[in-house]
Design a protein around this ligand. Structure first.
Ligand SMILES: [Zn+2]
Ligand SMILES: [Zn+2]
Length: 436
């Protein structure tokens, strides 16, 4: 495990216990030899368990004064199996959890953590590129299906026009899901299939957009693509987490990201690799890699200015042949504590230490435990949805003519359930008022 703390002189101190290098291996300094020797365990047993340097979700308590941040997406707009797009989960010792961006593919990473979905009901979007909110509809629907029975709450910025704002985008997203929702209403507990959207002014400078239970989240403008991008700072219990979403280096970040413990800032692929690996023209590579996004050299300048306890670079494909360029370019302008993020990187933050590890997750997860009991489906929900749409959700006579008769094998399932649960589950069609 790697422990990093900051002394009063601002010097990073690193401790390396058990001689194991954490998931983070690219950190400034070369003091590992002496600390490793100093902390050599006295005895290595052939039969006894040893402390582990991997985070296994749901095996560790979060201390009352601790913040845990998990990267659920660190990649690019084109998702790939190794990296989902932008998503960072912040868990606090007071029980609160917050998601910052839910980019494409990140809902799968979130599900692998097996956190009850009622606890994952607060999402803060930095901007409306799909690599920052393309997983939101998956979290919205999939989270409700696996146990969230409260609305999904989403905060995000306005834009230069109403059509460029968060409220517009998420209203259209819910409209896009009309068929999906119509196909579920009345068949499942429908309380979680609702979205509470709060749009705030993207021009707000360090404006409070959330304040509850000792947690304050502020937004400040970012410069990215078009007007309507923001960055966030979360403060709780003397700890500060900052998330850039996407931005060009800017004066607001320099001002409001200071005094932070963990700063997650975008850091793009080095320009030569945009040409060779992403097959951009040199013109596009220069424009996208330096002007639309933050180049590694510029990322380093930002971090040298704001001096976080830990700088986290994300938004690049982290491969053996492209990571060195990102690292070397950052190191031209920054020599402080650094994490080059990848999916499932975990930071445990307290006032004294920042522990960096990778999580090992179960890829075959089902529903996490329910934080609140589920309710049986309500025919009233279905009626209300039909009235809203002005259409019957019953199958048409045309579709009904296609039914194949397998009642003989399905009826015993109902009988079995009735016996096991000690109450009658009428077979659809046997009673006119079943809602089916
Ligand atoms: Zn973007
Ligand atoms: Zn992006």
């Amino acid at each position: 495990m790697r422990l990093i703390s900051k002394t009063s002189t601002g010097t990073a101190i690193r401790g390396l216990a058990f001689g194991v290098v954490a998931g983070l291996s690219l950190t400034a300094g070369s003091d590992w030899l002496s600390t490793a020797q100093a902390e050599e365990p006295a005895e290595v047993s052939p039969v006894k368990a040893r402390p582990r340097d991997t985070y296994y979700p749901n095996t560790e308590d979060l201390a009352p004064d601790e913040m845990r941040v998990i990267a659920c997406g660190t990649g690019m707009p084109t998702t790939r199996a190794a990296q989902a797009a932008a998503c960072f989960l912040v868990e606090l010792g007071n029980g609160d959890k917050f998601l910052f961006d839910v980019g494409s593919g990140s809902a799968e990473r979130i599900s692998s953590l097996q956190i009850p979905y009622n606890y994952l009901d607060k999402v803060f979007l930095g901007h409306l590129h799909t690599d920052h909110f393309g997983g939101l509809h998956d979290l919205f629907i999939g989270g409700a299906l696996m146990g969230r029975n409260v609305p999904l709450r989403v905060w995000g910025p306005s834009g230069a026009a109403p059509e460029l704002g968060t409220a517009y985008a998420l209203e259209k997203m819910q409209q896009m899901l009309t068929w999906d929702l119509a196909g579920r209403v009345g068949l499942v507990d429908f309380r979680g299939y609702a979205m509470d959207v709060t749009e705030f002014d993207y021009k707000g400078e360090n404006q409070v957009v959330y304040e509850d239970n000792g947690v304050t989240i502020r937004s400040f403008p970012a410069i990215h693509a078009v007007d309507g991008s923001v960055s966030y700072a979360l403060e709780w219990n003397g700890l500060k987490f900052v998330f850039s979403s996407d931005t060009y280096p800017n004066k607001w970040f320099d001002q409001y990201a200071r005094d932070a413990d963990l700063v997650v800032h975008e850091c793009f692929v080095a320009v030569p690799d945009l040409v060779t690996k992403m097959r951009f023209s040199p013109e596009s590579a220069l424009m996208v890699g330096t002007q639309v996004h933050t180049a590694p050299e510029a990322f380093g300048k930002v971090m040298s200015a704001i001096e976080p306890r830990m700088a986290v670079a994300y938004h690049f494909f982290k491969d053996y042949d492209t990571t060195p360029a990102v690292y070397e370019r950052i190191r031209q302008t920054y020599d402080g504590p650094l994490s080059l993020a990848e999916d499932y990187m975990v930071w445990n933050v307290t006032k004294d230490t920042i522990r960096v590890r990778l999580a090992e997750v179960n890829h075959h997860t089902w529903a996490p435990p329910l934080a609140a009991p589920t309710q049986p489906p309500s025919p009233d929900d279905r009626k209300a949805y039909e009235e809203k749409l002005g259409v019957s959700l019953e199958f048409s006579d045309f579709t009904k003519t296609g039914y194949w008769d397998v009642d003989d094998v399905l009826r015993p399932i109902y009988q079995d359930a009735s016996e096991r649960f000690g109450r009658e589950f009428p077979y659809p069609g046997d009673q006119e008022d079943t809602g089916n």
